[in-house]
Structure formats: C-alpha cells, structure tokens
Design a protein around this ligand. Structure first.
Ligand SMILES: Cc1cc2nc3c(=O)[nH]c(=O)nc-3n(C[C@H](O)[C@H](O)[C@H](O)COP(=O)(O)OP(=O)(O)OC[C@H]3O[C@@H](n4cnc5c(N)ncnc54)[C@H](O)[C@@H]3O)c2cc1C
Length: 547
C-alpha cells in the first residue's frame, strides 16, 4: 500500500529544505514526503496522486508566495483531498491571513516561523493532526469491508457504529460495483443480503446486530463484575466526563452505552465552542480522546448494550441489559441525553436511512460528493451539518421553517460566505418521495403558499431533540416534556424520600443522579454536559459516604 503523503509547499528553497528535513526525521518512515515550490506545481502533483488513488494526510503551505498564496492553494487543494489536514506557515504579520483561513478553508493550524526546536513547536502539533487524520482516513484498504447500499438503514447503522468507534472500514457499494455484488452473492448462496461484513481474517457477518459487530471487532460488550460503586447509563459527553472523573477519583465505575460512544456530540462535524480547542474539534475526535482518557484512568466501558430497565432493591440500583443480564450498584448516573426529533411527513419513515438521515452528516457526507442535498433545520447543528456537507456536495439547500436561521452568528457568517449553500426560509417539508431511496422532497413556502417538488439525493435532518428518560418514567420525577428533575428543582413537599436535602444532580430517588441533556435545566451544550458529568461525580462521592 502506498504511504500517505505529507505535502510541503514553499517558494523559498532554504525554508522548503529545512521543513522537509525536519519532517523526514520524524515522519519519513510512515509517510511519503513531497516538497513543491509553487502552488500550481503542487496542484498538478495532487491531481496525479488522485489518479493513482493515493492519499494526502497533511498540507503544510507557506502563506507568502508570489503567484498563489498558501491560503489560495489550500482552498483548491481541499477540493481534491477534503480529509487532509491543513497547516499554514505564517510570519507574525500574517495573522489576518491565518484568521481568514480558519474560517474560509477550515484551517487546522497555523505555525509561526521559525518553528525551532521542532520537538517543541512542530512535532506536537503535527502528531496531533496526523492522529486525527488517521482516525478518519479512508485508506486503500486492508481492514473491515462493509458491502451494502446507500439506501439501506442497517448498512448506515453499521457504518455509523464503526465510525463512532474510530474503526476504519471500506465501503463497497453493491449497486455501483459489480465485483462487490458478486462477492456478497458468492457468500450468501446467490442472495444479495446486506450489509455483509468481510473481516481481514477471512470471516464474514451477514446482516449482523451491532452487538455482533462489536464482539467481532473486539470491543467490550459485557461487564466484568456484577456490582459497581457507580453505573453510568449513556456514553455521551456527560457520561464520558463522569467516567473520567469517577475513575480518576478511585470510584469503581461501569459506563454502559447502547450504541457507540459520543452521543449527539459524536455526530457534530465541528464543535467550535468547547474550551481549549481554538480551531474547533469534531465530536468524533472529542469522543476518541475522552474514551482514551477514561479507559487509561481505569473506567470500564461497554458499548452496543442497551439498559432496558432500572429497579431499586433497598438502597441498591439494579440495571437490566437488553440481553437480560442484571448488574447492581450503589449509585447510578443517568446520562442518556436526548434523541433527534423525527419528521412526521409522508414518506419520511420509509426513507429513513435511505436518503433521509438524522444528524448523520459526518458519516454520509462523503457518499454525496458532487450531488445536491438538503438540510432540514436552521439552528446550530443544522448550520454545522450544512457547512460540513458543502465540502462534498455540489449544492446544499437549507430548509428553514421560520423567517430566518437561528444559528450562532459565526455560523451564519460562514453559511453566507459559502457559495454552495442556499438558504430557503419560511419553508415547510411536506412529503418525501422515492421507492427504495429518496428521490425528491415536496416543500411549501408558508409566506407565498407556493408548493414545489425538488429532486433530492439526500435530506439531513436537524430539527431538535427530546430527552431520553422513558427508562425512569415510573421511578423519578420528570417535567411535562420528560426532563428529569434534580436537586433544587425537586418539589420541596410531597414524595420526598430524603432524610436530608437532595444533592445537586440527585433525582427524586436517593443515589440516582442525572446529568446532561436528559436533566431539567440543561442548556444543550457539550460544555454543560461535560461539566455536569464531572460535578455529578463529586455529589455521588458525597452520597457514597452516606451509605
Ligand atoms: C448535530 C449536533 C451538533 C451539535 N453541536 C454542538 C456544538 O457545536 N457545541 C455544543 O456545545 N453542543 C452541540 N450540540 C449539543 C451537544 O452535542 C449535546 O448537548 C450533548 O451531546 C449532550 O450530552 P449528553 O451526554 O447529555 O447526551 P447525549 O450526547 O445525547 O448522549 C447520550 C448517550 O446515551 C445513550 N443512551 C441513551 N439511552 C440509553 C440506554 N437506555 N442505554 C444505554 N445508553 C443509552 C445514547 O446512545 C447516547 O450515546 C450538538 C448536537 C447535535 C445533535
């Protein structure tokens, strides 16, 4: 397999050689290093790489070059290799250009010259970017291969599961690839059963459950013990943060996630407002880091396991998993978050996963390269989704019910600046059309009454969320929308089994806590979910001392 490329671009031969020398020393073994002295020559080289099906991991471009600036080069290069990481080499005076590049070309980093010593100022930055790149790269492939169609919901679910576990895979489309189709039929006695998964050891899984996929991929799905100090239900930011804090403070804890870790944040292409990541971070990368951190500190995490019931036995809490296993604990943290609201219009349910996706821009965007897609919704997550999709799709149309998008100002600016994005306000989705896959959507302009049917390759939906609290509906107090009441929000009179004030984040059941988007009073942000998860652990430790 050809090594992925790191391309360095600088018109000054001295600088070019110096960068190349430093890069070769550290990355020469795993990457092919290319050095080019002009933007046009670099673009020519990239087209050649594309023809040969080679991959670029990282661009390192100098900003100041006579014919084409670094930013102008990166603008064109990202159309050819959208997944490659982009670093701009700047002088102090180029800060403006760097800021422009962050917004316009999704710059991953800018490095001030000089970068000596590289061990301190160059390698740590590039190490991190290359790690992130590896986690998402679609390499010419030796790992798991998934054969399916773009229109099959189970195929989409398996792909999403692997993406969220940072497990690279190759997707084989049985509709467009006759060899893939033949491969699947040969394994299934002539039947086209999808998804069929092919593993490097030669084994296959046909139409598997996520649990089977997890087991085959070597992911833990069973708890090691029958009893824990703390069980955390849900592996979104709140649950993962709680797992990090609990394990770092010596609390025996088990985190149970029904799907793959990351929660809603895992489907965010770029979280811009999380402290410590000035260029933003994708939900997938944040999750990967949190998982590594939690496991390193000793937390036990199982995935593809749904908690189907929670009951009390004296002061103990007992959770039942979908496979019937029961596990007990002293304290339980409900971090089940929220789930996407779904479209109720005719055609939506049948075409979910077959062109209609909920918050899945990250997983599916690549497959809609060069096609026209729609985004339903106008808040932050919809705006982020549209911006991510526009890297691949030829056109992204945002359909917004109200008179304007409600996303944050920096996202609105980016939407307006993106020529591939069109915004339609006052627009209701009326119907989705298609037999096996989405082909068109009917929309109505509520201001003019005009109804139109528009051809659509895909519709990505971001129309709000609702709390996932049915699991405890007969156990704890909730508000009318289903958000779980905790601490000072609990009524002070009736039905309080406490012989003390409830702790912060404690529900109406002593020792049963809630944090993040499932909790009444949440602000639906990654930062509040992670803060609450961590703070809830402090309260849980107080609770454990009362036992
Ligand atoms: C597309 C998108 C983009 C976003 N972008 C941003 C952003 O840029 N900045 C920002 O601050 N916020 C953003 N948000 C909001 C943010 O992601 C959420 O506020 C945050 O993820 C809430 O975290 P949580 O842990 O409380 O819940 P969730 O993230 O919802 O996680 C809950 C987890 O619990 C699991 N679970 C549920 N029920 C069970 C069960 N019975 N058994 C086991 N597991 C279960 C779920 O599978 C899920 O993984 C975005 C949201 C979306 C959807």
């Amino acid at each position: 397999m050809a090594k992925p490329v790191i391309l360095t671009l600088d018109d000054d031969p001295m600088v070019l050689n110096a960068v190349e020398r430093d890069l070769r020393k550290k990355y020469g073994q795993d990457y092919r290093l290319m050095k080019v002295n002009s933007g046009s020559a670099a673009l020519g080289a990239l087209k050649e790489l594309q023809k040969r099906n080679e991959t670029v991991a990282l661009f390192l471009a100098d900003q100041r070059m006579p014919q084409m600036t670094g930013v102008q080069f990166l603008e064109q290069a990202r159309a050819l290799f959208p997944e490659a990481k982009k670093v701009l080499l700047t002088a102090y005076a180029d800060t403006e250009a760097a800021i422009y590049a962050i917004n316009q070309v999704d710059l991953d980093h800018y490095l001030m010259k000089p970068w000596d010593p590289p061990e301190e100022r160059l390698y740590p930055v590039l190490d991190e970017l290359l790690e992130d790149w590896k986690a998402h790269a679609r390499l010419p492939f030796e790992g798991i291969r998934i054969a399916g169609t773009l229109w099959s919901l189970p195929t989409h679910q398996v792909k999403d599961f692997l993406v969220r576990h940072q497990l690279p895979y190759q997707y084989l489309d049985v509709e467009s690839d006759a060899r893939a189709r033949a491969l699947v039929e040969a394994h299934n006695q002539g039947q086209l059963r999808i998804p069929t998964l092919f593993f490097p050891d030669g084994s296959t899984l046909v139409e598997p459950s996520l649990q089977q996929v997890a087991e085959k991929a070597g992911l833990p799905t069973e708890a090691q013990m029958g009893f824990y100090d703390l069980i955390i239900v849900g592996g979104g930011p709140a649950g993962l943060s709680a797992a990090v804090y609990a394990s770092s403070e010596g609390v025996d804890c088990l985190l149970i996630e029904k799907h793959a870790p990351g929660g809603q944040a895992g489907s965010s292409p770029k979280i811009e407002n999380y402290l410590g990541f000035p260029m933003g971070i994708s939900g997938g990368d944040l999750t990967r880091r949190a998982m590594t951190q939690a496991r390193r500190l000793g937390a036990e995490i199982i995935t593809a396991q749904e908690v189907t019931a929670i009951r009390l036995l004296d002061r103990y809490k007992i959770v039942t998993l979908a496979n019937g296993t029961e596990i007990a604990c002293h304290a339980l943290l409900l971090a089940t978050g929220a789930a996407f609201n779904t479209l109720k219009m005719p055609g939506a349910a049948q075409l979910t996963g077959a062109g209609i996706y909920y918050g899945a821009a990250h997983t599916e965007a690549y497959y809609y390269k060069g096609q026209e897609v729609f985004v339903g919704g106008g808040a932050n997550s919809a705006a982020q989704g549209a911006l991510f999709l526009s890297r691949y799709a030829s056109k992204v149309t945002m359909l917004i019910r109200g008179p304007e998008a409600s996303a944050a100002q920096h996202l609105l600016n980016a939407l307006k600046a993106d020529p591939r994005i069109e915004i339609r306000v006052d627009t209701d989705l009326i119907e989705a059309h298609g037999i096996d896959k989405l082909e068109a959507v009917t929309v109505k302009n509520t201001a003019t009454g005009v109804v139109e049917t528009l051809p659509a390759a895909a519709l990505f939906v971001f129309i709000g969320v609702k709390p996932q609290s049915d699991l405890v509906k007969d156990l704890v107090l909730r508000d009318l929308k289903g958000y779980v009441l905790t601490g000072p929000d609990l009524p002070r009179t009736v039905g309080r089994p406490f012989d003390r004030d409830p702790f912060m984040f404690e529900t109406s059941v002593p020792g049963l806590f809630a944090a993040g988007d499932v909790r009444f009073g949440t602000i639906h942000r990654v930062v509040s979910a992670t803060s609450e998860g961590g703070a809830a652990v402090a309260m849980i430790r107080h609770y454990l001392k009362t036992l």
